[in-house]
Design a protein around this ligand. Structure first.
Ligand code: PA5
Length: 447
């Protein structure tokens, strides 16, 4: 496997007997997950996705991605939350750190920008500025079609596309990923003749990266979506069949739940590769939205090391001991920079001359794990062989499976999100949205 879980660095914080008991609970939770007897069972479509997906749609995704690469200088990916983070995570992790800055010949794909993931007018206006008069396509992704952020952004890009290409021309450049039959976006897309891709009914947003939600924008960069699916299928096989003691996702779920039950309140996902940042953002949504309910569960936080060692390192080492860390170790670096020798050696770095930066980065990682352990912070490690699509497919599935198991272990429904509605109700009341006017006056008074 390209993804493995290692808790050997946390053994001194783990009572073996308690872990054995937690493994048994994880096995019971896995059974509930797989037999569909738990809450939210209708949203388990992601479990079989890597081996049971719509092949006809997959071929259309590859075709649409090839067309976008051919006819567009820029692709705008419009979506938020689960309809955005998986694609961005993959695109950042699998591609060049400065992807948009490469020439089109080097990239062989359009620049990619994300919109509809905030309500900032400044962001959107400045995004339009950098487009200039270049050719573009749009992939609007929204299950409901009514989510405020992407809906506002899509209005802007639809108008722009129609102005530039005419209604018919625009329709050939707008791709809608939405419900297969219902909703505002589906109705609009059918009316305008946009090519449609499906957000399956049984896959929640945060588990949807291996559906068209993630696959089209990932394929548009030229990334290997077949490798991504293969990696996920391999990890699925492992998660389903490996006995608990050899089952990486099960052991990860058991360890994190044990720390939670022993009083930890925060799990910090740590990485040492800058383009892992959005995988952490995806992971935060996966665990935060899946587990944060009934006043329970670990708060999922993330840091980018060594950058954040110079800001958050102090707290992690010596602050209130709320947390444990899950360190993602990308073992093989994609590129190599060797430290040179300098005659004056004023910075004292000649002892590193001839060393690859990846070696230095790993020494920083291992030194930090030891230091944080000494500070009383348990460190779990997830080893990721390389930055290939296959490894990322395994990692996505590893975290999803562990999340389902962990959710049922702590006794919540890992597939709903009842708590995200209240702010929307208030925002709509304050905006005076039809149907919410009765709330407006009271909300304004309470401000
Ligand atoms: O995971 C989720 O359910 C959410 O993050 C949604 O994906 C997000 O709110 C976007 O919803 P929609 O796809 O309906 O626009």
């Amino acid at each position: 496997m390209k993804v493995r879980f290692d808790y050997s660095k946390a053994k001194e914080f783990i009572d073996e007997k308690a872990l054995e008991a937690m493994k048994k609970r994880a096995e019971a939770a896995k059974k509930v997950l797989l037999d569909g007897s738990g809450a939210g069972a209708d949203f388990r479509g992601w479990i079989d996705l890597p081996v049971d997906y719509d092949k006809e749609e997959f071929a259309r995704i590859e075709k649409a991605a090839a067309k976008i690469r051919e006819d567009s200088d820029v692709l705008f990916v419009i979506g938020i939350g689960g309809s955005y983070l998986g694609a961005r995570a993959a695109n950042e992790f699998l591609n060049h750190n400065f992807y948009n800055k490469l020439s089109k010949e080097e990239r062989k794909a359009p620049e990619i920008y994300y919109a509809g993931n905030s309500i900032s007018g400044t962001y959107l206006a400045e995004l339009l500025e950098i487009l200039g008069d270049r050719d573009f396509s749009v992939n609007v992704i929204s299950k409901s079609g009514t989510t405020t952020e992407p809906a506002i952004a899509f209005r802007v890009f639809k108008e722009l596309a129609e102005k530039k290409y005419g209604k018919e021309g625009a329709a050939k450049r707008i791709y809608a990923t939405t419900d297969k039959a219902r909703g505002a976006l589906k109705t609009l897309a059918d009316g305008e003749g946009y090519e449609c891709f499906v957000v399956p009914d049984d896959v929640g947003g945060r588990y949807s990266v291996l559906t068209a939600v993630g696959l089209l924008p990932i394929a548009a960069t030229g990334a290997d979506i077949r490798g991504l699916m293969k990696g996920a299928a391999d990890m699925r096989e492992h998660c389903m069949n490996a006995p608990v003691d050899e089952n990486d996702a099960m052991l990860y779920a058991a360890c994190r739940d044990l720390f939670y039950e022993n009083g930890k309140g925060v799990e910090i996902l740590v990485n040492y590769e800058p383009n892992f940042h959005y995988v952490s953002e995806w992971w935060k949504q996966l665990y935060g939205e899946s587990e944060g309910k009934d006043h329970k569960s670990l708060f999922p936080a993330a840091v980018d090391f060594t950058t954040d060692l110079h800001s958050m390192g102090q707290f992690i080492q010596q602050g209130t001991p709320l947390h444990f860390e899950t360190v993602v170790d990308v073992e093989e670096s994609r590129k190599c920079v060797v430290v040179g020798s300098d005659e004056s050696n004023l910075d004292g770095l000649n002892y590193l001359a001839g060393r690859d930066m990846n070696y230095v980065n790993h020494c920083a990682m291992n030194g930090t794990i030891l230091a944080h352990k000494e500070g009383g912070v348990p460190n779990l490690v997830v080893r990721v062989k390389d930055q290939s699509a296959e490894a990322l497919g395994q990692l996505f599935y590893f975290f999803e499976f562990a999340c389902g198991v962990s959710g049922y272990t702590v006794g919540i429904n890992p597939f709903d999100q009842p708590g995200v509605e209240l702010y929307k109700r208030n925002m709509f009341g304050l905006l005076g949205k039809p149907g919410y006017e009765s709330l407006t006056e009271d909300l304004r008074k309470r401000l």
